[in-house]
Each structure stands twice: as structure tokens, then as C-alpha cells.
Ligand binder design. Structure first.
Ligand code: FAD
Length: 465
């Protein structure tokens, strides 16, 4: 049995773990990272990156199919397109594998030792890793748990056969003729919309009265409109109950309590993700939990000295950029820097068509926090760039305190607004006032002008609406 020692051991090479290891390595901390699968974790291999590749391919295909139907006003004439999904998936796999190599290279450059295999705690300072060549024991002064999350499985709809998770949906060889999506959160709607654009008849089954519940109803309206245009049926207040005996339909209970069937050759279950807290000896070290997540403080320290936890295993929002920011902070703490979690906003993006962004407080949260607030909302229908991109649906909304105009929250829905999220995050982090955004020259013609106009609107003197 091989034994090694290090100052820092990171378990899991997702965005949280690999960023933590790279930063620690850059700071001269003797670091080992253990990863069971490929570098990059859920995000790079079966999450953010492959889903955005598929969404892009679907968008391109959908545009051409729309033009071929003679419905587009641009005057472009094309024949009906066909889609070879195996090629699309192969293209996506090349991107993923280039990025896998990129992460592996960055770890190497930072002098981080990578051990491939499944890690299990022996005690708070010792981990056993089952590698291809046998068991390796790693002793560490400090351990960072970054084991991430996995799709939630419904007991009455177990994964297998026609019932798939997002992981299998990102590796299909054929577009399903009829796709039922169970769960109207961001993963279900992003993938459901993509498959609808690729030609599937998509039905979304959601138990709650709304989809995308982390965004307010006004914000999601343009997305619902687009789902309708794409022929996606959204069944609200409807509970999935199981798979038909023949495996060709999803059995559901309607809002009125009636049993019904949704014909489907694939059933994509996207009802959330659960933190990976089992199967690696967590019980050996008896950490305090916060529900199903590992409890952490504002430095990502767990209840046991010398053990940190970051990323999806520590709670909501389960997002890659939160995991990365935590990873970077923990590496600096381990290297002796004074750091703690002081972020004002973790922007949340939904890559549907149109896209959604929410950063900071919603209008309701801002009202509860600050009492009187000012809201400025600017529609993309009045934005030249959005018009030239055929993206008039949507708006930017800025929410600020009424007394001192401190911006508390920014939301947007519209084509490509994910790229505005950096400006929104920066404004919130820097404690911008409405006057700061209104007084910044935003290049013309860009959708970013909508951000400036929303701030002007909140101040009572928008120029273009
Ligand atoms: P993970 O990325 O889950 O990585 C954990 C790693 O630990 C895994 O590689 C796993 O193999 C390894 N591991 C676990 N246990 C062990 C063990 N005992 N020994 C060795 N290795 C172990 N987030 C966004 O911010 N933007 C998006 O657009 C986005 N899109 C998504 C789309 C989909 C379809 C999915 C599923 C997720 C998406 N997410 C997105 C969420 C994002 O993927 C996660 O928030 C992020 O990956 C969490 O990072 P992490 O480092 O905590 O864990």
C-alpha cells in the first residue's frame, strides 16, 4: 500500500475542487487532488459546458428550420435542414475533452499532484484512495471536501430504459420523437427547449403552479411565450406518478386529481440535485450537517478543525461560479491569507430562450430588506441592438433603495443577456448607486444600454422610453 503526505488534500476536481487546488498550488501549498472521474466534475463533463453546447447546436438548427419554413423576415432562403445528433454529441465531446486536458494542464502547471480514484475517509486527516493500481493512503494537514452533487432519482421513476437524467440526455444518439420532462427548473427547461428546437414534441410536467420558481413571474413570461411558440406543452400542478407498463408513457395525476398519460419515448427527470455526502466515509468523521448539506461557516470551515467543504455539497445555490469562488477563498485561507465570504451577489442564469439573469435581491426581497425601493425597467423592444438581433422580447430591471439609490438587485430576460451578468455582478459588488450606472457611458448599439436606461428610468428620466 502506497502512502503519501501533503499539506492540502482536495477531494473532487469539479469547479470548486480544481480551482481550490490550482490556487493553493500557485501559493506554494503542497497540494494533492483526488478525482474519481475526469477533471472538471459535473460542470465540465455532464453539466454547464455540454448543456450549453447542445443548446447552441439546437439554436442554430432551430434558426435554419425556421428560415426553411419561410417564416423568417430576413429574406434568407434555405432548404429544410437535417440533424445528425451523433455528430453534434461528438463535437460537444471534443470541447469537453479539450477542456479536460486544459484543467489537467493547469493543475500540473500549479504543481498539484493528481490521484485518480475513489477517496474514502479513514479519519479526519487520512484518506484511502482506490486507484487502478491499488490502494493509496494520503495523510493531509488540511482536507477540502468538494464532492459535488448528483441528479435526484424519483423512487417511482428510477433511471434506466426510457427514464433518463440530464447526464444521459447530453449523450443521446437520436432526438426523441416525444420527450416528457419531469420538473420545470432551469435544467429541465434548458434541455427541454433545446430538444424542442431539434424537433422533439416536448411536454414539461411540473407539480408546482409555476416553472422556474427562483425567478419572478414577470421575468419568466417571455420564456413561457417562447415555449408556446416552440410547441412545448407545460402542464402545471401535475404530478408524475410512474412509467406505463409498456414504457411508452409517463403516468401523471392532473391538478384536478385525475390520472392521465403523457406519451413519451424518453422521460427526462430533472427534479433537482442532491449533495454527494454518501459513499466516501463521511460517517467516519461525523461532521455537522445543515439538512442534507455539509454545514459550513463564512470561511467554508466544517465543524471539524482542518476540514473545509465547498461547492454543491455545501448548499444552494448549486452553481459552478459559487463553487469556484469558495475554492479560491479556501486555498488562500490555507495559505495563511485573511479571507472570508463577503460576496454581495451570485448571479443565477437560466440559458433558456430568451435567457434569464437574476443578481442580488428580487423586488420583493429588496422591499423586505430596505422598505422603500425604486425600480427601473427598460424593455428591449425600445433597444436598437435587440431589434437588429430579432430579440425584442424581454427587459432589464434595476432595483435600488429609495433613500440613497444603492442598487440591491438586477434582473434581465432577453436574448443573450447572460453576457450582461458580469456587469450586473460588478455593479452590486462595487456598491453602485443608480447614478453610477446611469452616468456610465454604455456603447451604442448594445443591449447593455438597456441596463443604463433601466437605472435612468429608476431615477425618473429614461431617455429612450
Ligand atoms: P462537481 O462539479 O459535482 O464535482 C465533484 C467531483 O467530485 C466530481 O467530478 C466527482 O467525480 C468527484 N468525487 C465525488 N466524490 C468523490 C470521491 N469520494 N472520490 C473522488 N472523487 C469524488 N452551474 C452553473 O453555474 N451554470 C450552468 O450553466 C450550469 N448548468 C448545469 C447544467 C446541468 C445539466 C447540470 C447537471 C448542472 C449545471 N450546473 C450549472 C451546476 C454545476 O454543474 C455545479 O454547480 C458544479 O459542477 C458544482 O461544482 P462542485 O465542484 O461542487 O462539484
Amino acid at each position: 500500500m502506497k502512502e503519501i503526505s501533503c499539506k492540502l488534500l482536495v477531494i473532487g476536481a469539479g469547479p470548486g475542487g480544481y480551482v481550490c487546488a490550482i490556487r493553493a498550488g500557485q501559493l506554494g501549498v503542497d497540494t494533492v487532488i483526488v478525482e474519481f472521474g475526469k477533471p472538471g466534475g459535473t460542470c465540465l463533463n455532464v453539466g454547464c459546458i455540454p448543456s450549453k453546447a447542445l443548446i447552441h447546436a439546437a439554436e442554430e438548427f432551430g434558426k435554419i428550420a425556421h428560415m426553411a419554413r419561410g417564416k423568417d423576415p430576413l429574406g434568407i432562403k434555405v432548404g429544410a435542414p437535417t440533424l445528425d445528433l451523433t455528430k453534434t454529441i461528438a463535437w460537444k465531446d471534443v470541447i469537453v475533452s479539450r477542456l479536460n486536458s486544459g484543467v489537467a494542464g493547469l493543475l500540473k502547471k500549479a504543481k498539484v499532484k493528481t490521484v485518480q480514484g475513489w477517496a474514502t475517509f479513514r479519519d479526519g486527516k487520512t484518506v484511502e484512495v482506490e486507484t487502478e493500481t491499488g490502494t493509496q493512503v494520503i495523510h493531509a494537514e488540511t482536507v477540502v471536501i468538494a464532492t459535488g452533487s448528483a441528479p435526484v432519482e424519483l423512487p417511482f421513476l428510477p433511471f434506466g430504459g426510457p427514464v433518463i437524467s440530464s447526464t444521459e440526455a447530453l449523450a443521446l444518439s437520436e432526438v426523441p420523437e416525444k420527450l416528457a420532462v419531469v420538473g420545470g427548473g432551469y435544467i429541465g427547461l434548458e434541455l427541454g427547449m433545446a430538444f424542442a428546437k431539434m424537433g422533439a414534441k416536448v411536454t414539461v410536467v411540473e407539480a408546482l403552479p409555476r416553472v422556474l420558481t427562483q425567478y419572478d413571474a414577470e421575468l419568466t413570461r417571455p420564456v413561457l411565450k417562447r415555449l408556446g411558440e416552440l410547441g412545448v406543452e407545460v402542464m402545471l400542478g401535475v404530478k408524475a406518478k410512474g412509467l406505463s407498463t409498456k414504457g411508452d408513457a409517463l403516468l401523471v395525476e392532473t391538478a384536478e386529481g385525475k390520472n392521465a398519460r403523457v406519451a413519451a419515448d424518453r422521460i427526462l427527470v430533472t427534479v433537482g440535485r442532491k449533495p454527494l455526502t454518501e459513499g466516501w466515509g463521511l460517517e467516519q468523521i461525523d461532521l455537522d450537517m445543515a439538512g442534507k448539506f455539509i454545514r459550513i461557516d463564512d470561511q467554508c470551515r466544517t465543524s471539524m478543525r482542518g476540514i473545509f467543504a465547498i461547492g454543491d455539497v455545501t448548499g444552494e445555490p448549486m452553481l459552478a461560479h459559487r463553487a469556484m469562488a469558495q475554492g479560491e477563498m479556501v486555498a488562500e485561507i490555507v495559505a495563511g491569507h485573511k479571507r472570508s465570504w463577503d460576496k454581495r451577489a451570485i448571479p443565477a442564469i437560466c440559458f433558456t430562450d430568451p435567457e434569464l439573469v437574476a443578481a442580488g435581491l428580487s423586488p420583493e426581497e429588496a422591499k423586505a430588506f430596505a422598505g422603500e425601493i425604486k425600480i427601473g425597467q427598460f424593455p428591449f423592444a425600445a433597444n436598437g441592438r435587440a431589434m437588429t438581433k430579432q430579440g425584442e422580447d424581454g427587459f432589464v430591471r434595476v432595483v435600488a433603495r429609495a433613500d440613497n439609490h444603492l442598487v440591491l438587485g438586477i434582473q434581465a430576460v432577453g436574448q443573450g443577456v447572460s453576457e450582461l451578468s458580469a456587469a450586473f455582478g460588478l455593479a452590486l459588488e462595487m456598491g453602485a448607486r443608480l447614478e453610477d450606472i446611469a452616468g456610465t457611458i454604455h456603447a451604442h448599439p448594445t443591449q447593455g444600454e438597456g441596463f443604463q436606461e433601466a437605472a435612468l428610468k429608476a431615477l425618473g428620466h429614461a431617455l429612450h422610453v
